[in-house]
Ligand binder design. Sequence first.
Ligand code: ADP
Length: 367
Amino acid sequence: MNILVINCGSSSLKFQLINSESEGVLAKGLCERIGIDGKLTYQPEGGEKTTSDKAMPTHTEAIQFVIDALTDEKTGVVKSLDEINAVGHRVVHGGEKFARINACRELMPGVPMVAVFDTAFHQTMPSKAYMYGLPYEYYEKYKVRRYGFHGTSHSFVSKRVAELVGKAYDETKTIVCHLGNGASICAVENGKSVDTSMGLTPLEGLVMGTRSGDIDPAIMEFLAKKENLDIAGLMNVLNKKSGVYGLSNNLSSDFRDLSEAAADGNEIAELALDVFAYRVAKYVGSYTAAMNGVDNIVFTAGIGENSAIVRTMVCKYLGYLGIEIDEELNGKRGQEIIISTPESKVKVLVVPTNGELAIARETVALV
Ligand code: ADP
């Protein structure tokens, strides 16, 4: 089967056409600046990457350009829409994104549309993990609870860990550190998510690229008064101006910049990295407690896969778990690898995440 995987943002649309038998990517690309002007980047397997300006007032035009590119006589990878068997849509949290799925369905009549929710993997969390210490009526009335995100990644990576260490998935305790611009940690016990660091929204938990993660909620009132901010203004600060970006005095949200600056002796960049790694280590500690132990800790996503420094900083806090890292192995990049020493009591791994493939697999399983 050929599965078109679509990952829609408010002004962007990433896509991959994946063959489910070979799990190979037949073509991939990106529509950007939807609603502004429009730009399509497209690359068929083994072919050249091209970028062209296209008018994309809405996501409907963007999806049409994707279909045109995939079925193009010269650069296309399928002859017609008939060779696309299903579409898997990444859905972060429902709501307006369904409109885009409807747009896609209109352009591809008869092709099954599958919505893969970022929150789905975390539905196994026990109520003690997902309930907030808030009045119960808000849960009853509005379903205010912790949902968690990055579910397809946590599921994909934790499964892969079990394979790599040669243990049954339903008999392992794994902590997944998905450290990207958005970052979350998940405790996966016997194949099920039992706790995760993001909550009702992706703002909770770790210190991220630009998001604050956990803070004292009373800071909101304090800053509202001091800075004369309303709720929207405060949310903007917490989502877009905080995290390592805000902490580093707006130096950067990118860990490459921060690591470079820290290596050059920039103390505020060093502080931002320290705060980030310390928070990750604290969550690892609490999830070890939640599962009454841990067999594997795995790093994934942009920072988790690429930043040896961050992995070293986090693991330095975990000596009490009997963890030992082989720094030579930790220095390798872009591959699945066990970076702990054979003596280490807990295995530490790096596993590149592949959200698109995870969505394609779930789509195939459903259709
Ligand atoms: P998201 O999907 O949340 O946008 P990614 O998983 O793509 O995030 O991660 C992006 C982040 O990964 C960048 O902001 C950057 O901080 C980090 N990153 C990417 N490459 C490297 C690298 N070579 N070294 C350190 N950090 C990196």
